[in-house]
Design a protein around this ligand. Structure first.
Ligand SMILES: C[S@@+](CC[C@H](N)C(=O)[O-])C[C@H]1O[C@@H](n2cnc3c(N)ncnc32)[C@H](O)[C@@H]1O
Length: 227
């Protein structure tokens, strides 16, 4: 087939053609933005944002991840990999780095961009199906748009994330939101746990707040305390 007779690419072909995880050049960033925008058009409620995380947000999340020494790092809702890429320096410090993404197109893109990572095309509600040692401290990084997805899906994802960290001592959940910096990602947290506001990133579009759900270090702390 000559170039003149070749069929025009469909949006689904366009978004799958480029590994975008390396994103070194402006062109790479534009392709990542395009892939993300197409994902948003496919399912706006589930993608929950019109642009990938900024470098500033991704760096703030890396900084928060490196505050602890988890054995297992899991990113849920990795999209086109903007945060995944920023988390690569943590790879040498964790035993395992798993990436969970529900959208098959994004999951395929992530596999091609990060061939050394375990990329699973799973729903976050199925975190219980992962084969993870009960003694391994886990840091879970979530980009899930809990406020825009359906209430049932959000509930299922929250329950699965909390169950994963609650059963493994030393585990934490890092979740960012685009809501008011005073609004915690969700309220029903286990007794003895608290939300800590780790960073506010005004340079992100839209501005984002990074929260960490962790066990309170002192028993006298109120379980919902915000710092
Ligand atoms: C805000 S976007 C992620 C953005 C990503 N951190 C980035 O900056 O490129 C949310 C992602 O969560 C994924 N997602 C939504 N619901 C999910 C679920 N139940 N399980 C796994 N992934 C889910 C969406 O497909 C989307 O890629």
């Amino acid at each position: 087939m000559t170039p003149a007779t070749r069929a025009a690419p469909r949006p689904a072909d366009l978004e799958l053609r480029y590994p975008v995880g390396q994103c070194n050049s402006q062109g790479d960033r534009m392709r990542q933005g395009l892939a993300f925008a197409l994902g948003y058009l496919r399912n706006p409620r589930r993608v929950g944002a019109i642009a990938p995380a900024s470098k500033a947000l991704a760096q703030a999340i890396l900084h928060e991840v490196l505050r602890a020494e988890p054995q297992v790092l899991i990113e849920v809702g990795a999209g086109t990999g903007a945060i995944t890429r920023a988390l690569l320096p943590a790879l040498g410090r964790v035993g395992r780095f798993m990436v969970i993404e529900r959208d098959p197109g994004f999951a395929q893109l992530l596999r091609r961009s990060f061939p050394d990572l375990e990329v699973l095309n799973h729903c976050a509600t199925r975190l219980d199906a992962l084969d993870i040692d009960l003694h391994a401290p886990v840091t879970l990084v979530s980009s899930l748009p809990l406020l825009s997805m359906t209430r049932e899906e959000a509930r299922g994802c929250i329950d699965a994330m909390v169950a994963l960290i609650e059963t493994r001592p030393g585990s934490r959940l890092i979740q960012y939101t685009y809501a008011s910096p005073h609004l915690r990602p969700f309220r029903d947290i286990p007794v003895g746990w608290r939300w800590r506001r780790a960073a506010s990133i005004w340079a992100n579009l839209p501005p984002a707040t990074v929260w960490t759900l962790e066990q309170a270090s002192h028993p006298s702390l109120v379980h919902n305390a915000v710092h």
